[in-house]
Write a protein of this length. Structure first.
Length: 300
């Protein structure tokens, strides 16, 4: 993760999901050998993702799945003027975290929490979100619309890079079931810092039906710095048991530094081994290679 103060503020979504679910099981929990939490990234589709002390609520929420889904969809439409699709429902200690993806542009992944009371009943009227979580996710999607052409440059490069090198990204199904990182692809996600897109967010809430061209026109006079937009690139080694390759990592960094026509922002780069912790949906190894704050690649 990025370790800037600014990122600490703007990635409330990631911090929130860690608080709700945590990225690690309790120290007192015994993990059997046959329950190895590490799986290959190619085989990980979100199965096994869990949140601490959420097993019972997971069962309760699943038993009321239709109510959870319909209530969450209504909540997002009423509150954020956005149609979403529910991809996953995961019990947490106080209720269930509901992972959703927007159906139309702006595209983003995020989550909401539906409470479960002490009588084992889901409470749709109490649905809530982490402060700033959904707002930042929507801004991330708006950014992707505004800089669509420049992001195609990054997409084309990364798609070619994984064909030419023994590296891969995350499976789409894993992203759908476990991610709350705004605009997210198999290879990167976008976070928004600062207040540069606050006006566009308010405009979206007031009129979400604007076309992509209209959003791009509104953003022509946008005043922002690279520090306002954080693009985090995450790749994994293709072969099991292979450590992150320094030459591959250095090549990717060098390529990105030289590239023109990228969208404005600060680019962080991570190369992991082949594993993902199925409980947290992240690589938890310490052998990853990274170019991170304060050395990100900055594009104006």
């Amino acid at each position: 993760m990025l370790h800037t103060k600014k990122t600490g503020m703007i990635t409330a979504s990631l911090i929130g999901i860690m608080l709700l679910g945590g990225c690690m099981k309790g120290a007192t929990e015994t993990v059997k050998k046959e329950d190895n939490p590490l799986v290959s990234v190619q085989g990980y589709t979100g199965e096994g993702y869990d949140l601490p002390n959420g097993k019972e609520n997971d069962k309760i929420a699943e038993a009321s799945r239709e109510k959870v889904v319909s209530s969450t969809e209504k909540f997002f439409l009423d509150t954020y003027k956005t149609n979403v699709k529910v991809h996953n429902i995961v019990g947490n200690k106080d209720g269930a975290s509901v992972f959703v993806e927007s159906i139309d542009e702006p595209r983003f992944h995020t989550f909401a929490v539906i409470p479960i009371d002490n009588k084992d009943k889901v409470r749709p009227e109490g649905i809530w979100t982490e402060e700033g979580q959904v707002e930042l996710s929507i801004k991330s999607g708006l950014y992707a619309m505004i800089y669509e052409e420049q992001l195609k440059t990054l997409d084309t490069y990364l798609e070619g890079f994984v064909k030419e090198h023994p590296v891969v990204g995350k499976q789409e199904e894993a992203i759908q079931k476990t991610s709350s990182t705004g605009f997210t692809t198999p290879y990167y996600y976008i976070s928004i810092a600062g207040k540069s897109l606050d006006g566009l967010y308010e405009a979206y809430i007031n009129n979400p039906q604007k076309t992509k061209k209209e959003w791009q026109a509104e953003a022509k006079n946008l005043q922002a710095s690279p520090e306002d937009f954080l693009i985090t690139i995450q790749l994994y080694m293709k072969e099991k048991g292979t450590k992150p390759d320094q030459k591959i990592f250095d090549q990717m960094v060098a390529d990105l530094e030289k590239m023109e026509d990228l969208s404005p922002g600060s680019y962080s780069v991570f190369l992991n081994d082949n594993s993902i912790n199925k409980g947290s949906a992240n690589n938890t190894k310490e052998n990853k290679l990274e170019l991170n704050y304060p050395n990100e690649i900055k594009k104006p």
